[in-house]
Design a protein around this ligand. Sequence first.
Ligand code: NAD
Length: 336
Amino acid sequence: MSKTYRIAVITGDGIGPEITEAAVSALKSLDLNFEFTKVAAGLDAWQKLGNQLPPETIETIKSSDACLKGPTQTPPGPGSFKSATVTLRQALDLYANVRPIKNHPGVPSVHKGVDMVIVRENTEGLYAGIEYVVGDSALAIRVITKKGSERIAKFAFDLARRERRKKVTAVHKANVLKETDGLFRNIVADVAKNYPEILFDDMHVDAAAMRISMKPQDLDVIVTTNLFGDVLSDEAAGVVGGLGMAPSANIGDRYAFFEAIHGSAPKHAGKWDANPAAIMLSAAMMLRYVGEIDAGNRFESAIDAVLEEGKTVTRDLGGNAGTLDFARAVSEKLKC
Ligand code: NAD
């Protein structure tokens, strides 16, 4: 009998329950066995349970093969709880945030021929969450460690060697942030020496931002710190069709979760018109992570086939299909 994959599902807030329902329904069309377990996280969990990331959620994810996560909402400013997403990444030590950015057939985009991956350090940097108020000032500590920089650099170079066009660009601001980004840049350059077959270069983050908007085809694997990776990946998503098209994997040595890079888009909540492609592409990454390479590729091809046809796409891509219409169209392609 074939294996049953235990998948923890954080439905999340805003459009989260809608896009996760779309992804789960399409996954069920694959010839694989899944056991989906819904777990609570985010604003809804905070309001109902008084905890944005209940311990049971972490335990269920730890005992699952992987987690599919909808976006969770975090109210801004002081006095509100810490982001469930950031807390989960730190709690499970999911140090690599892998964000593939590429064109998909039929999707209107600023540039063509884009195929890059942003590998973002996911547990430290300015998102370590160490902030203080001192008198009239607010201070944040940016944590960059040798261990954190080394392991994300190795992750990026291994990825470049295994699957990519064999080029890694370290993105930093070491000319200004001399200690923190100086350390990050130097460690990535040291790790690069162990990968002589990989072309290595580095760029300042402002120059990288312009390169992404002007000539993204030059870039293959970017490795960068937490905040820079967050900002650059939204920018890069904008170049290939928008936030509805950008998936991600949050990976550690033992656990992983998969989510769209976008947030809970509260203004779209309840309209069932959000694009589920990003979370569905994340689900394809999840299938490959659990070892179902062929199913992951078939799932992504079915998504691409629907996008290319253009008949059942959502409003952000110029169509008028609903979130579940898109998922149903993908399920139909999987049955072909
Ligand atoms: P957002 O990504 O939610 O939305 C920005 C805009 O992008 C939306 O207004 C919408 O026009 C568009 N958009 C996003 N996803 C889309 C989709 N699937 N289909 C169509 N259009 C889409 O960013 P925000 O408004 O800055 O954040 C809203 C909330 O999401 C905040 O509370 C934030 O903390 C949270 N957030 C969560 C995550 C996560 O859970 N990983 C990531 C980012 C933001």
